[in-house]
Structure formats: C-alpha cells, structure tokens
Design a protein around this ligand. Structure first.
Ligand code: CAA
Length: 245
C-alpha cells in the first residue's frame, strides 16, 4: 500500500507541530499548512536537521480559493490527501460586553469557516478512493464554555456539530469524521493567558497539570489509524479530567 498522505493546518506550531511529528513516526507523508512563510521555512529547516522530512504549503485557511490552491499543490506534489487535520485556530478573548464584530468574525473565520474551506475541497476525493480521515481539533471550551470566549466556544462547538453531520454523509464510503477536544495544553496559546488566571485553571484540573502537545497528538494518531475505521462522529476528550460528561 502507498504511504498515506496527511495534511495538518496550523501545522508549524503548538499542537499542530506535535501532530506532524507523530504522523512521521506513524509512517505518513506529512504536509504542514502554514500562514507565515518566514516562520514556516525556518521551522521546516529545524525539522530537517532533526531528520524529519515534513513538507510545507502556504494555506490561509480563511480563504476558500487559496485553500483550493494549497490542496491542489499537495495532490500534485505529495499525493491525494488521506488524512486532513483541521487544527488551525486563534483566540481573541474578551468579555462579551467588550466583544467587537472584528474579534467575533476573526475567530469564527479562522476556527470554523476554515473547516468548511478545507474539508469541502478534500472529502469527495476521499469518498471516491474509499478512505479518509477528517479530524477536527476543537476544545474543551466548546464543550463547557469559558468566561471571555463566546467567539471561540461558539466556533469550537460548531466544529463538533459539523463533525456529526458530515460523519453521517461519509459513513458508508470509508471516510470517518471526528472531533478531538483538548483541554489546556502547554502551548504558546495557553501560556499567553494571564499567569493568575492560568494558575487558577491549572488548580481546577483533576490531574493538576497542563497537557503536553504530544498527549493530544497521540489521540489524533488513534483517530487517523486504519484500525479506527469504526470510530466516526465521535468527540474524543483529552483534558486531564477537567470536563467529564
Ligand atoms: N470569571 C469570572 N469573572 C471574570 C473572569 C472570570 N474568569 N474574568 C474576568 N472577570 C470579571 C472581571 O473581574 C471584571 O469584573 P467587573 O466588571 O465587575 O470589574 C469583568 O469580568 C471584566 O473583566 P476584564 O475587564 O478583565 O475582561 P476582559 O474582557 O479584559 O477579559 C479575560 C477577561 C482576560 C478574557 C479573562 O476572563 C480570562 O482570562 N478568561 C479566561 C480565558 C481563557 O481561558 N482562554 C483560554 C485561551 S487558550 C485556549 O482557548 C485553548 C483551549 O482550547 C483551551
């Protein structure tokens, strides 16, 4: 069998980087989609020095046509996409009374509309080939809400509604669609939360610590594997016990 091809949006940092590295270990051809060329090229060089051959492609996930161009580049240069991880995401936190339309739109565009922009252009090919894995990286805060995150929580909850609907449409064609909802992971995004607030959050986590990005990537690896063929429409929570439901 040919090596599977995996495309990870937001692949050059945080959780995305850990997913790319794990996918290399799992034997896939990996493409990290990026938004910042300079950062991505430097990142790729570091990975190469470490012996990891990870392709990169420019892919501003808020732009449907640009996503199409990136997807075509991957198909032409690496191969048909078997695994898509919709991981790109941003925060623009603030109490709702201060929430501007700009902050709302930016988060909905980057975290939710991106899922449409990418998935719409790969899932039919997956169904035609009879294999596909679509993995949407959501968040615990899409499940339980968080003060200051109306925009982010709405986008992340929306991802799971999308997952459950598309899973029904692809279920008989070998294409699974799942959500993974991380809790608080030690990435720059979480480390940017005010120290005092972060400490309070950490104290509330039953395991008493943040997750590593590798612990999240392990769950992604599970969802991507051939043997996860009966897992679809599910939401895998990896949150140290912070939200049990
Ligand atoms: N709970 C209860 N009340 C809070 C509060 C909280 N967490 N945060 C602020 N408030 C209160 C303030 O005391 C203040 O009260 P008064 O008006 O009575 O004075 C009011 O709400 C407004 O506070 P601020 O002016 O500080 O509000 P702000 O708009 O500047 O921002 C915030 C508040 C910085 C967003 C803060 O609520 C916060 O840090 N929340 C946590 C955000 C968070 O967890 N983000 C996660 C980012 S990482 C991520 O998202 C990854 C993932 O998937 C988990």
């Amino acid at each position: 069998m040919n090596q599977r091809v995996a495309l990870v949006t937001g692949g050059t940092g945080g959780i995305g980087e850990a997913i790319c590295k794990r996918f290399i270990d799992d034997g896939y051809k990996v493409v990290a989609a990026y938004n910042n060329k300079e950062k991505a090229e430097a990142w790729q060089a570091v990975q190469r020095q470490a012996g990891l051959d990870i392709n990169i492609v420019y892919c501003p996930v808020t732009d449907f046509d640009a996503c199409g161009v990136a997807i075509k580049w991957v198909e032409d240069h690496v191969g048909p996409i078997d695994i898509l991880v919709n991981n790109a995401g941003i925060t623009k936190d603030g109490a709702f009374k201060k929430m501007t339309a700009e902050r709302w739109d930016a988060v909905i565009d980057t975290n939710l509309n991106s899922v449409f922009n990418m998935t719409r252009q790969v899932f039919e090919g997956m169904m035609e080939r009879g294999f596909g894995r679509i993995i949407n990286i959501s968040s615990i805060n899409g499940q339980m809400g968080q003060f200051g995150q109306c925009n982010y929580s709405a986008a992340k909850a929306g991802m799971h509604g999308f997952t459950k609907s598309l899973a029904r449409e692809t279920a008989r064609k070998g294409v699974t669609v799942n959500t993974l909802s991380p809790g608080y992971v030690a990435t720059p995004m979480v480390m940017a939360i005010a120290e005092e607030v972060r400490q309070q959050i950490e104290q509330g986590i039953p395991m008493g610590r943040l997750s590593t990005a590798e612990e999240i990537a392990h769950g992604v690896s599970f969802l991507a594997s051939e043997l996860s063929s009966y897992t679809t429409g599910s939401e895998l929570s990896i949150n140290g016990g912070l939200f049990m439901h």
